[in-house]
Ligand binder design. Structure first.
Ligand SMILES: Nc1nc2c(ncn2[C@@H]2O[C@H](COP(=O)(O)OP(=O)(O)OP(=O)(O)O)[C@@H](O)[C@H]2O)c(=O)[nH]1
Ligand SMILES: [Mg+2]
Length: 699
């Protein structure tokens, strides 16, 4: 069956922003204006279709990225199919944004017309930058009290990029916001009804003419700078035709040279149609982005896969979800080739071959069965068993491995205890399902207490997981207090011998190795080097040494937290012809690590967070004082609208339930955003307390 829409008519885009900027509200309007839905569902009424999870509807917060497909036609142009992903803004669900951006070709970054650039807008902007995802911006909430388009633009210029250029201007603001001016055409769209359907094309209001000319000239200059021919024309005193300007602007957006800024109010149904036009006109089709490069398995050879149906099939699995009706769903993005249902694919990440029996196109939590997918598509496979997030799926005759997706490590954990034996049995299965779905959710069993410890990105993340355990999967659990995910590392280089010699009747045990432990830079993880010369330890025992090292690094000597940022070299040792074994070398290595890390002055590392606290001026002193008592380092203060903003870094361990404290200190008017920054050494006096506690309670 041939494809229905050409690649040229396809857009794969994500909506990204800080929490509450209005991503889901924009998405719901997109569903409405494209005719996908006939009634608008509001987030605050728990009725948004894209926020389909109970937890999302109750809290009015997006937790999981939801995908849908809509169609839109710019007058005079071809119909375009838009595959759209609405992502969460809360930092605890950053993995959802990361994996979406990895497979999308473009994005709409939404800003709150009152607040401007907020911390998560910066984070998602930089994530998009990392994957070179072209962006257009939408300044939303122009109807809200305090909305100021020009202040928003200034804050985008200051905090994100000087390349942001308004291509529209709002008419009025706050409750007077009534229309939008298109800078290219110098025409105003004025809204006359609540649903944004009665939109009239009018002249630019007299009192805005000068402003329009100013911003229009800036826009056109920024565009002609991108193209020599247009520049000459422009310098010669002739303005290039609008069609030409739009063509060059499209290229500038695709190459991340200009970020056009749209404006509106999603809630009041204003500006979404022109945003849709902008998505079609300026964001890339799969043909406009560079072809993907992959590696041929078991070689260093690189190969590219072009966005073309006739190339061998290649795709990336970017999300695993459990659907109550059809079971395991694997969301994937096709980069090249085509895949009819019923065919076999090779998962080059795991080496498994699997049959693709059913393919579905997703609309939030609903599915439409389709027979085939083509290059550039985003869809889901039902029933793949052995595929995880980040795996490459491809044509078994043309294997290739695409770059995997890297996720941040969890920073906080809690103990969960099943209430009954039945709960215990269910819990294991359910948790492993959730671990499959969410790459930033981890589980381990504490060596000493036997308790199950789950870890995630923040208190909210774990609260949602526990809620899903209880309600979605009916597993009743008691949970402990949240604990910071500390780590351990060493602060000095040492050389240490680990020896395990055991004689007991028959065959004995003999393992002996010398290890050098060296601290590595923060964030470098673990490195193992084999420096054995002259066979002092036979080759076949080296992997056992490495295994012993890795296993013992899972529980550090100070308080049982995992050891990180350490290089281990095995450089000497001895063996016994008869008694040496893999097991003996493993034990020897693990002894060396236990003793060596103590000698190398093990220290505790804690997650340090970036925090932004917004408070009215009169609370500044008190809030800074409170932050200081939490070992915060104040980086500076700023003004945002009527509020003052404090930027600081602070250890996560000092910040549990901070939101509640902040509310009570500021009569409910303060607000804060916490985001992981780095791991840093814990001061000795604090470390001693944690180590004592770690010895007596769970980690
Ligand atoms: N006044 C006003 N409120 C808006 C507008 N757009 C969204 N809101 C409201 O802002 C709140 C957050 O909107 P959402 O669409 O859920 O925001 P979001 O960006 O999807 O939030 P998360 O997914 O949780 O990050 C809701 O109460 C919306 O009704 C707007 O244009 N004007
Ligand atoms: Mg949302």
């Amino acid at each position: 069956m041939p494809r229905e829409y050409s690649l040229h008519q396809t857009r794969n885009i994500g909506i990204i922003a800080h929490i509450d900027a209005g991503k889901t509200t924009v998405s719901e309007r997109i569903l409405y204006y494209t005719g996908k839905k006939h009634k608008i569902g509001e987030v605050h009424e728990g009725a948004a279709e894209m926020d389909w999870m109970v937890q999302e509807r109750e809290r009015g917060v997006t937790i999981t990225a939801a995908a849908t497909t809509v169609f839109w036609q710019v007058p005079g142009e071809e119909l375009v199919r838009i595959n759209l992903i609405d992502t969460p803004g809360h930092i605890d669900f950053t993995a959802e944004v990361q994996r979406s951006l990895r497979v999308l070709d473009g994005g709409v970054v939404v800003f709150d017309g009152v607040a401007g650039v907020e911390p998560q807008s910066e984070t998602v902007y930089h994530q998009a930058e990392k994957f070179s995802v072209p962006l257009i911006a939408f300044v939303n909430k122009m109807d809200r009290m305090g909305a100021d388009f020009y202040a928003d633009i200034a804050s985008i210029h200051e905090r994100l990029t000087p390349s942001a250029r308004p291509i529209q201007l709002p008419i009025g603001a706050e409750s007077n916001f009534k229309g939008i001016i298109d800078l290219f055409t110098r025409r105003a769209t004025v809204y006359y009804d609540e649903m944004g359907k009665d939109m009239r094309d009018e002249d630019v209001p007299q009192d805005m003419k000068e402003l329009v000319e100013k911003y229009r000239a800036e826009l056109i200059e920024a565009i002609v700078e991108q193209d020599d021919k247009l520049m000459q024309q422009y310098l010669g005193g002739k303005e290039p035709p609008i069609e030409e300007l739009k063509r060059v602007l499209r290229q500038a957006v695709i190459h991340n040279k200009i970020m056009p800024v749209f404006c509106g109010s999603a809630l009041k149904n204003k500006g979404v149609q022109s945003l849709l036009d902008g998505i079609c006109t300026y964001l890339p089709s799969p043909l406009d982005v560079p072809p993907l490069e992959g590696t041929i398995p078991d070689t260093d050879k690189k190969e590219i896969r072009k966005a073309d149906d006739n190339e061998p099939f290649s795709a990336l699995a970017f999300k695993i979800a459990t659907d109550p009706f059809v079971g395991r769903l694997c969301y994937f993005r096709v980069y090249s080739g085509q895949l009819p249902a019923g065919s076999y694919i090779l998962n080059t990440t795991t080496g498994n071959k699997e049959r693709v029996s059913r393919i579905v196109r997703m609309h939030a939590n609903q599915r439409d069965e389709i027979n085939e997918v083509f290059a550039g598509d985003i869809a889901a496979i039902v029933g793949l068993k052995n595929t995880r997030t980040g795996d490459t799926l491809c044509d078994p005759d043309h294997p290739i491995t695409l770059e995997n997706i890297v996720f941040p490590e969890p920073v906080i954990s809690i103990a969960v205890e099943p209430k009954t034996k039945i709960d215990q049995e269910k819990m294991g299965v359910v948790i492993s399902k959730l671990v499959e779905e969410d790459p930033t959710f981890k589980v381990k069993v504490d060596e000493n207490t036997g308790q199950t410890i789950i870890s995630g990105m923040g208190e909210f993340h774990l609260e949602i997981i526990v809620d899903r355990l209880k309600r979605e999967f009916k597993v009743d659990v008691n949970v402990g207090q949240p604990q910071v995910a500390y780590k351990e590392t060493i602060s000095q280089t040492v050389e240490i011998q680990g020896k395990y010699v055991h004689q007991s009747g028959g065959r004995g045990q003999y393992g002996d190795c010398w290890l050098r432990l060296e601290p590595l830079e923060r964030g470098k993880g673990f490195e193992f080097v084999d420096e054995i010369k002259g066979g002092t330890i036979p080759r076949e025992y080296i992997p056992a040494v490495k295994k012993g090292v890795i296993e013992s690094m899972a529980n550090g000597v100070l308080a049982g937290f995992p050891l990180v940022d350490m290089k281990v070299a095995v450089f000497d040792g001895s063996y016994h012809e008869v008694d040496s074994s893999e097991a003996a070398f493993k034990i020897a290595a693990s002894r060396a690590i236990k003793e060596g890390t103590l000698k190398a002055k093990a220290v505790l590392l804690e997650p340090v967070m970036k925090i932004e606290v917004m408070v009215p001026e009169k609370f500044m002193g008190e809030i800074i004082g409170d932050l200081n008592s939490r070992r915060a380092q104040i980086q500076g203060t700023r003004t945002r609208g009527q509020m003052r903003v404090i930027d600081a870094t602070v250890p996560l361990g000092e910040m549990f339930s901070y939101t509640t404290v902040l509310r009570s200190l500021t009569e409910g008017r303060g607000n804060s955003n916490l985001e992981f920054s780095n791991y840093a050494e814990v001061p000795m006096n604090v470390q001693n307390k944690i180590v004592e506690k770690g010895k007596s309670t769970i980690k």
